[in-house]
Design a protein around this ligand. Structure first.
Ligand SMILES: Nc1ncnc2c1ncn2[C@@H]1O[C@H](COP(=O)(O)OP(=O)(O)O)[C@@H](O)[C@H]1O
Ligand SMILES: O=C(O)[C@H](O)C(=O)COP(=O)(O)O
Length: 425
């Protein structure tokens, strides 16, 4: 029976959260899509949805269905996981989904905190920073699907929700758990629906996590989940077992990297791979045709599959992304690339690839769904926020596979050499 039931709005964010919980001593399993059958045995179940950029009505319906499945399985607390860069549009989906979960759980109030200081995400006076840059000057203002033009999260969430949003500032967070808990209770009793809570250090996140031990719903990035495992230990519900990463089967077999993220970190990782591995950069603008791009990639990959990873990227700088979006429309452009990379993934797995890194949240959603993966065991961390995971044997786009090692890398996570480092190269 899960202690913590998590609903993630994209697949990389789901593995990011699972990684945090495993490091905190909870066993975790990521299930793909709204569960339809019995849930695996784990302290934490993370339901990975591809709802971040879907129409708000669909995102709400899927998230509520996932919540029902988690509650039916016995989850004692619900965590709604979104991006540490608060990836969303004016329409949501953070606000609408959180509103629906608050209503379903009857809790009336929830915190919202995307901070992840280890990866440079901090919140100060309600403003989200990426490193030393405000969110809207960090490169996230150019995101292909969710350009973030405002760093003030009280304003951003306020535009998305039917409720009210208040700031719990740094000065209050610094005073520790008791004051934090008292402040949250006061805001709830005064009718506020959400509180954006400042956090600049992991200590702040641990204090916030302790303060929300009895909240029915917590919303945020993986950082604010750091303190949740200790709450369950304090209640005698979770044994103290140290890190709980699953022992994954030995990693072997041909390796590949598929990149669909256009974030600065991924673009840098592609640049590094260009000099250190077989790397193909697809020109989607010149050939906006999934079948043609897939044929090009598979012809290029012929004879290159082996222990050293091949890298196939569709990623492009903002001006080329914008050009394709002008040609096809924002949604169609994204879907074209996601479909292209998903098709390449299925073909590579059918050709024997058993170790796959995917860069990008939406990209990972498309790839993992096309591979027919239904659940992921969470293994060791490669870089902060990015673990190896393992998909039991199954079918990949119709082809059987013996089991896949997958690393679903958030676009802006990972060191510059991540694509090689992940495979120990
Ligand atoms: N060359 C390109 N032109 C237009 N869109 C692209 C291009 N390359 C990738 N994309 C799209 O950009 C989006 C990247 O989102 P995602 O995979 O979530 O990355 P991130 O993790 O950086 O947010 C996807 O929809 C992907 O299909
Ligand atoms: O950054 C985070 O919190 C998560 O890992 C995440 O949601 C990343 O999403 P992306 O689309 O892969 O950037």
């Amino acid at each position: 029976m899960p202690l913590l039931g998590c609903i993630a709005d994209d697949f990389t964010g789901a593995t990011d959260l699972a990684n945090t919980l495993v490091k905190g001593g909870m066993t975790a399993v990521q299930v793909i899509g709204v569960p339809t059958g019995p849930l695996p045995e784990a302290d934490a179940i993370i339901v990975a949805l591809k709802s971040r950029t879907s129409p708000a009505r669909e995102a709400v319906a899927e998230s509520l269905a996932a919540c029902e499945a988690l509650l039916a399985a016995g989850a004692k607390q619900i965590f709604f996981k979104y991006c540490s860069t608060f990836d969303s549009t004016e329409a949501g989906n953070i606000g609408p989904v959180a509103d629906a979960l608050v209503q379903r759980l009857g809790c009336g109030f929830a915190i919202a905190n995307p901070a992840f200081p280890t990866n440079g995400r901090t919140v100060f006076q309600g403003h989200l920073f990426v490193g030393d840059k405000l969110l809207n000057e960090s490169g996230m203002e150019n995101h292909p699907l969710t350009p973030m033009k405002d760093a003030n999260l009280v304003r951003v969430l306020g535009r998305q929700t039917g409720g009210t949003v208040k700031l719990i500032p740094f000065a209050v967070v610094e005073q520790g758990v008791t004051i934090l808990r008292h402040t949250m209770t006061g805001l709830k009793e005064s009718g506020w629906r959400y509180a954006i809570v400042d956090a600049v250090t992991d200590a702040h996140l641990l204090a916030i996590g302790e303060a929300v031990a009895d909240h029915a719903l917590v919303t945020g990035g993986s950082g604010v989940a750091m303190g949740l495992p200790a709450n369950f230990r304090a209640k005698g519900l979770l044994p103290d077992r140290g890190e709980a990463a699953a022992a994954l089967p030995p990693m072997a077999g041909p390796a590949a990297v598929l990149a669909g993220s256009c974030s600065r970190a991924t673009m840098g990782q592609i640049g590094y791979a260009r000099d250190h591995a077989h790397t193909l950069e697809l020109d989607v603008l010149a050939t906006p045709d999934a079948a043609a791009l897939q044929a090009e990639a598979l012809a290029w990959a012929e004879g290159k599959l082996g222990d050293a990873p091949i890298v196939i990227a569709a990623s492009a700088p903002p001006e080329k992304v914008a050009a394709l979006q002008r040609k096809l429309g924002r949604e169609a452009a994204g879907a074209l690339v996601e479909d292209t990379l998903a098709g390449i993934a299925a073909a590579l797995v059918a050709r024997g690839v058993t170790r796959l890194v995917v860069a990008g949240g939406e990209t990972s959603g498309a790839v993992v769904s096309r591979l027919g993966v239904t659940a992921l065991r969470i293994g060791p961390e490669i870089d902060p926020g990015v673990p190896w995971t393992y998909a039991e044997s199954g079918s990949a786009g119709g082809a059987e596979h013996p089991g896949l090692h997958l690393a679903l890398k958030s676009g802006n996570f990972g060191a510059r050499d991540f694509f090689l480092k992940a495979f120990g190269v």
